[in-house]
Write a protein that binds this ligand. Sequence first.
Ligand code: MG
Length: 161
Amino acid sequence: MSDLARQLFGTDAPPKRLALIVDLDDTVCTSFACPLRAALDVLARLHRQKVDVHYVTARTDASRRGTEDFLAEYRLPGYRNVHYCPNWKSSRRHKAEVHATLAREYRVIASIGDTDEEEGEASRLAGVPFVLVDRDNPFAAWAALADLIRAAEGFIVEERA
Ligand SMILES: [Mg+2]
């Protein structure tokens, strides 16, 4: 821990792990299991020892098998961290609650998704930076996210120096 971090957080605060919050549909894939190249490029390059990926989705448990198959097929990180929406809960409330929980447990680099009123609002409520995916050009958002990841990973390296 650096002197600055010690000043800010005290010596007893364990450093939080880094995380990304990622929406699935129209963010990582279209038509349920057709991957977006822009997402694959960034997620495949992620430093898996440093950054945990959490998928927060409106999909319910009924989609578990297909979702796990998709993540495995494209070797995407975080297949154990898929937060399915309970049948009785609105996706908006589900996303808000999971974003809030993850923001307490992790230093969340950013949340990325294509629906501002769902994951965008959830991010703002949780104090997490949000990157909005333009469905016509997902590359721009994923490039912006890649910059945030590089900055966050660099910060961790500096802390340990
Ligand atoms: Mg979506």
